[in-house]
Design a protein. Structure first.
Length: 292
C-alpha cells in the first residue's frame, strides 16, 4: 500500500526584540512643584491656570544612575535634531516629534542601553501646544463685552529653537529665526453675538522665568535656560540587564497644574491680556516616570 506524504514547511517568527518605551501623560491634578521639586503655590501677584495639553515635544532624554551623575554623564536615549540655520545652535522645530496625551514618544531597543541601575530620568521639554482660557472686559461697537474665551498657546521652552513656521490654532505664524526659552505664539477667534474675528500674536516670557523642576539641583545642576526636568523613577530604580525578554514601559506623567502663569493687573484669577497681564511661565510643574 502506497503512503502519500505531503511536505509541509514550518514557519518561524523571529524573536521580538525587547524595548524600553516612553509614553507621555499630562495630568492637571498632579502636584505643582517649583524648580527644586518642592510643592509650590502660585506666587503673590500672579494668576495661573491648568491648560488643556494638545501636544508636547521633547528634545533630550537621559537615564541617570544617581543623584550625583552630571548632566550628560548618564545613558543618553535621545537627542532631537539641531540646526544652526538661525545662527546659534538650536532645536530644529520643523523636525520635532509632537505627541498627544497617553501616546508613545520614544522607543529604544534594550540591547542598546548600558546595563545597570538608573535612579533618575532627565527629559528636556522643547514645545507645548496648550488650550487656555482668557477674559475680555471691553466695549465693541458701543456694546459692553464681558466674557471668557478659549485660545491656543504655543510655548517654546527649550534652550533655543529655530522656528520656520508654527501652526497655532487656525493660524500659521511665520517666524524664520531662533527663539530663546519662553517664546510663545497665541491664536483665538473672538466670537460675540454677530461679531467674529481671528486674532494671533507672539510674545516672550522673561528670561529665567520658566519653571524647570530638578530636585537634585544641589548635586547635579542643569544649565540656565535649559528645560531638563528631572525625577526619580517610581516605584524604584529602573534596572537594565540587557537580557530582558519583554518590553519595559515607562509612563512619564507631567504636571500641568496651574502651569500657565501671568502677572496679574486685575486681581481676579483670570488671564486678561487686554489689561496688560503678560505671561511669565509655561514650565511643566513636575514629572513622575512610573515603570509599568
Amino acid at each position: 500500500m502506497a503512503i502519500s506524504c505531503k511536505k509541509t514547511e514550518a514557519t518561524f517568527e523571529p524573536p521580538t526584540e525587547a524595548k524600553l518605551i516612553f509614553k507621555f501623560k499630562f495630568d492637571s491634578t498632579q502636584t505643582r512643584l517649583n524648580n527644586v521639586g518642592e510643592e509650590a503655590p502660585v506666587a503673590a501677584g500672579h494668576g495661573a491656570q491648568s491648560p488643556e495639553m494638545n501636544f508636547m515635544s521633547a528634545h533630550y532624554v537621559e537615564l541617570a544612575p544617581t543623584a550625583t551623575t552630571a548632566l550628560g554623564a548618564g545613558d543618553i536615549m535621545y537627542r532631537a535634531t539641531e540646526t544652526t540655520a538661525g545662527g546659534e545652535n538650536a532645536i530644529d522645530f520643523e523636525k520635532s516629534k509632537l505627541v498627544e496625551n497617553d501616546s508613545v514618544f520614544l522607543t529604544v531597543p534594550i540591547k542598546a542601553i548600558k546595563a545597570g541601575d538608573y535612579e533618575y530620568l532627565r527629559l528636556s521639554i522643547a514645545y507645548q501646544s496648550l488650550d487656555v482660557k482668557f477674559y475680555v472686559d471691553t466695549v465693541v461697537f458701543a456694546v459692553p463685552v464681558k466674557q471668557t474665551f478659549s485660545g491656543t498657546l504655543a510655548g517654546f521652552i527649550g534652550f533655543n529653537t529655530y522656528i520656520k513656521t508654527v501652526k497655532v490654532g487656525d493660524s500659521v505664524l511665520a517666524i524664520n529665526s531662533n527663539k530663546k526659552q519662553g517664546f510663545w505664539g497665541f491664536y483665538t477667534k473672538l466670537t460675540y453675538g454677530p461679531f467674529s474675528a481671528p486674532y494671533a500674536t507672539t510674545g516672550q516670557a522673561p528670561e529665567g522665568a520658566t519653571t524647570v523642576v530638578n530636585p537634585i539641583f544641589a548635586t547635579s545642576p542643569i544649565p540656565q535656560g535649559s528645560c531638563v526636568v528631572t525625577a526619580a523613577f517610581k516605584p524604584g530604580k529602573l534596572t537594565i540587564t540587557g537580557k530582558e525578554a519583554n518590553d519595559i514601559i515607562v509612563e512619564v506623567s507631567f504636571s500641568t497644574k496651574k502651569s500657565v502663569e501671568w502677572n496679574e493687573v486685575v486681581a481676579d484669577g483670570r488671564w486678561e491680556p487686554a489689561k496688560g497681564e503678560s505671561l511669565t511661565d509655561m514650565g511643566i510643574r513636575g514629572m513622575i516616570p512610573t515603570i509599568k
